[in-house]
Design a protein around this ligand. Structure first.
Ligand SMILES: [Zn+2]
Length: 107
């Protein structure tokens, strides 16, 4: 039986199917650079929270914006119609009051 080519995780030494971007056993991935446990520990000690690059920050901000936008859209969609249209209703009421006030003032 032909086996899939395998790779050995440089982190935990478990074998897994080649081509994966992360180890299914310990979670090490190309992002962490397939560090050995010792190297990873050192890296974490030396760089507990690496400063995100401009590009990463932009991506994080964009993700947050998208998330907020979606949450807001969900919230609006769940609201009853009367509440969804409340700003418009308030504006109409205000115009009506204004018209009434003008009518009272000039007649
Ligand atoms: Zn592993």
């Amino acid at each position: 039986m032909a086996r899939h080519p395998e790779e050995e995780c440089p982190h935990c030494g478990e074998r897994f199917r080649a081509g994966r971007s992360s180890c299914p056993h310990c979670g090490a991935d190309k992002e962490t650079g397939w560090l050995s446990a010792e190297d990873q520990m050192l890296a974490e000690v030396e760089l507990p929270d690496p400063e995100p690059t401009e590009k990463e920050r932009a991506r994080i901000a964009a993700d947050a914006r998208r998330e907020r936008h979606r949450a807001r859209a969900d919230m609006v969609a769940r609201r009853p119609l009367i509440i969804r249209t409340r700003p418009l209703a308030a504006l109409l009421l205000l115009l009506l009051l204004l018209a009434f006030a003008l009518w009272r003032a000039f007649s």
